[in-house]
Every structure is written in C-alpha cells, then in structure tokens.
Design a protein. Structure first.
Length: 230
C-alpha cells in the first residue's frame, strides 16, 4: 500500500478490521495487547528494560497504550508513511511519545539510538523487493544490544487466510512465511533470529490459550513472531 492508500482507510480502519475477524470474536485491541504482552515477556525474561522503542508502522496507534502500560518510562517513537494515521496517534495523549512520518525507505533516526523496534503485521503491505534494505535500515538504528520484534500473519493458517481475504485494506497484501522472513532478516545482517508461532485458539477456545507457549514451534498459529538481534 502506498501512503495515499493508508490515509484513505484511517477513518474506517477499526470497522474493516472487525469485519475481517468477526468470525473469531476478537477485536483490534485484543490483538494489540497480545503482541505487546509477548514483547514485554521477552524483555522481562532477559532483564532488558528498553529506554527507547520504535513502533514501526504504528498506524492508528492501537499498540500505543499497551506499550505505555508495559514500558512506563520508555520513549515511544511512532513511525509511519501515513500522516493521517500519525494524527490519530497524537490524539491519544500518550506521554513521552513522538510521531515521525517517513518516505518508506529511510528512517529518521541516528545510528544505534533505538533499544527495541516493534512491528505488527506491517511487512506484508511493503513491496517484497524493499524488505531487505528496510530491515537493514532498522538494524542500523538499533543499539548494540537492541532487539527487533516482528509479528506477521502466518500464511499456513486457514483462518488467517480467510481474515486477510475478508479485509479490504489487505487486498494487495502478500503474506510471508516465517522461514522466508527469517531469511530476509539474515540477509539484512541480523546476527540472531528466533521464530515463534502464536494465536492458536480463538476466543471460544480461550481456555486452551495457556497451551500456546508449548505449541510455539508448530507452524499453524495464526501469526508468528521473529525476535532478532543486530
């Protein structure tokens, strides 16, 4: 999607998302909280307390409040090609947060100034030919012990495929397997890349969700994450 396409869906983003995943009985905020909880868990388990966080492809800012709750002292940098989306981020009134519009290629941050980069289901909207160069840009901005946590749709999951087909703003999306995305991370120079699968059970089977940590190796979850270090 180009900038104008993102701008065009801003006002209707929540409704379109709800329409696409209505059969799962989950809302946009649930998925945002889920991902940030996973991010926070990764940081806690390694005693890593980031001072600066990049929300890459922040969109309308649905991850902002969960990020602030999980990392109360961190500076949050919201980055997006859509200035209309960033306006909604600003309206949320989240403290110690700045917005940054960019050209889709060059990140407006100095080398080694970001502790944690986070992105949620953004790369399937970006032309695949740009992935490695953009991943290299993100790696450039990370500090020496920084982390890049990426979440993406898993094309092996049939419910994910259905949700994407039902979602108007995913019309031009190209889903990427975890294996291929990991290969692109490595081509961009990331030294260590770990993958996990997530979102195995819809709300009707939420009692089974504690089992997800056991199933993280199984490539059938609705989404996957990559935990990468520069």
């Amino acid at each position: 999607m180009i900038e104008a396409e993102f701008d065009a869906v801003v006002a209707d983003y929540r409704r379109q998302h709800a329409q696409s995943v209505g059969f799962m009985s989950e809302d946009l905020d649930y998925f945002a909280r889920y991902k940030i909880e996973e991010l926070a868990k990764i940081c806690r388990n390694e005693g890593f307390n980031p001072g600066s966080i990049l929300d890459f492809g922040a969109g309308i800012g649905n991850s902002l409040k969960p990020l602030r709750n999980a990392f109360p002292k961190a500076a949050i940098n919201c980055l997006d090609v859509s200035e209309e989306s960033l306006k909604l981020c600003e309206q949320q009134g989240v403290s110690n947060m700045t917005t940054h519009a960019y050209d889709g290629k060059n990140l407006p941050f100095a080398d080694g100034t970001i502790d944690v980069a986070f992105t949620a289901c953004v790369f399937h909207h970006i032309p695949e030919a740009d992935h490695i160069a953009l991943l290299s840009e993100i790696r450039r901005c990370l500090c020496a012990n920084g982390r890049f946590i990426l979440f993406e749709h898993n094309p092996y999951n049939p419910l994910t495929q259905l949700a994407v087909k039902r979602c108007p703003f995913d019309e031009h999306a190209v889903l990427i397997t975890a294996q291929e995305m990991k290969r692109r991370f490595e081509a961009a120079g990331f030294a260590t890349v770990k993958s996990r699968y997530h979102v195995f059970f819809p709300e009707k089977l939420s009692a089974l969700r504690p089992m997800e940590s056991i199933l993280a190796w199984l490539p059938l979850g609705g989404q996957y994450s990559l935990d990468a270090r520069p």
